[in-house]
Design a binder for this molecule. Structure first.
Ligand SMILES: Nc1ncnc2c1ncn2[C@@H]1O[C@H](COP(=O)(O)OP(=O)(O)OP(=O)(O)O)[C@@H](O)[C@H]1O
Length: 353
């Protein structure tokens, strides 16, 4: 064989080897994916249910579980928010889930949507609400989460009537530290790093041990109308948004730190950031607290519900100071979430030295 023929031969062999290796990699990836997932396609509804394998999901029968999920109705509603309605799905006396029905959804977005959900399903941390699976149909989507029996921090602090429950200071401190750990995990330990974009008390849920679990991460990105304009979409909730967000429209980790600072103020003051009294006075929770602190009247901002029991003043002052540095107007002056966790942990450590 002459040189040109040899060259053609080598190119052909390389091409074939390349294609075969690609096919093998795809098969291996698919097998790995199958090992981690249970998929159930429903011809009747035209939808697909994907459940991430875990002991709890493997114990369920996919078709029966799907039927129950599709039968959820108004009587099962446990809450609703900007992205949709949340239902309680009871499978047995000991097993229940929270199912979030997302109002929007188009077939064209399905691939990207599913990729985001896969990434969300991989995140496992004791301070983050686990996503167990999802269901996609042509015009709506369902996200299947772990059920948090104690609801949200927002309901505990600001619920009306019977819903409002007392939270003593040790519980508030534990919730602050747990939530900080959850957000820090998203910021620093997930690859790629995740910015939550909507940290607020209604997205901090409480498990059976009153341990904080961060929820709704990834939803701001998931529900964005156009992925190419990440920076111009207003995600987040007024009262919690960092000041720079209004100028730049860019969601950053330091923006999450600011929102977490607002949550700390809620825990300390028991007040809602969007309290009507603040709006009437043309101020905000953050501005009000800063003014009171400048006047050295900190005792006036503490939640009056905490007056009934003994609280450790040093601990409260330290948490106040952490809140204030999280709320620095200049993002670079705010700590990272990892530093916030350290500072919160330090409060207890120094107490016992
Ligand atoms: N996994 C869950 N377990 C138990 N209750 C939940 C769960 N997820 C949500 N909820 C309840 O449903 C309510 C609504 O939740 P949802 O996340 O839809 O809205 P939100 O956080 O109040 O507002 P937004 O959609 O603007 O973030 C929550 O306040 C909470 O009480």
């Amino acid at each position: 064989m002459g040189n040109p023929q040899m060259l053609a031969f080598y190119i052909t062999v390389s091409c074939i080897a390349f294609v075969i290796s690609k096919i093998i990699i795809s098969i291996l990836l698919y097998k790995r994916w199958k090992r981690k997932h249970l998929v159930y396609e429903d011809d009747f509804s035209g939808g697909k249910m994907v459940m991430f394998r875990s002991p709890i999901m493997q114990s369920l029968k996919s078709d029966a579980f799907l039927k129950k999920t599709l039968k959820l109705s108004n009587k099962d509603i446990i809450g609703s928010g900007g992205y949709g309605t949340v239902y309680k799905l009871t499978v047995s006396d000991s097993t229940a889930f929270a199912v979030k029905r997302l109002n929007r959804g188009t077939a064209e977005r399905d691939r990207g949507f599913e990729r985001e959900l896969e990434a969300m399903g991989d995140i496992k941390h004791r301070n983050i609400v686990t996503l167990h699976g999802y269901y996609t149909a042509p015009h709506y989507n369902l996200l299947i989460y772990e059920l948090m029996p104690n609801g949200s921090l927002d309901t505990f602090l600001h619920g009306k009537g019977m819903n409002k429950k007392f939270l003593d200071w040790p519980s508030r401190y534990k919730i602050a530290l747990g939530a900080a750990r959850g957000i820090s995990y998203l910021h620093h330990d997930c690859i790629p790093h995740i910015i939550h974009r909507d940290i607020k008390s209604s997205n901090i849920l409480l498990d059976q041990n009153m341990e904080a679990r961060v929820s709704d991460f990834g939803l701001a990105t998931l529900m964005e109308p156009d992925k190419t304009h990440v920076s111009t979409f207003v995600a987040g909730t007024f009262g919690y948004l960092a000041p720079e967000y209004f100028d730049t429209g860019r969601a950053t980790a330091k923006g999450d730190v600011y929102s977490f600072g607002v949550v700390l103020l809620e825990l300390l003051t028991g007040k809602k950031p969007t309290d009507e009294a603040f709006i009437e006075e043309g101020t905000r929770l953050v501005t009000w607290v800063k003014t009171v602190v400048e006047q050295k009247r900190e005792d006036h901002v503490l939640d009056s519900n905490l007056e009934c029991c003994t609280v450790d003043e040093n601990e409260i002052n330290s948490v106040f100071n952490i809140a204030l540095i999280c709320l620095e107007p200049e993002p670079s002056k705010r700590p990272s979430m990892a530093e916030v966790v350290k500072m919160l942990e330090q409060i207890k450590i120094t107490k016992f030295i």
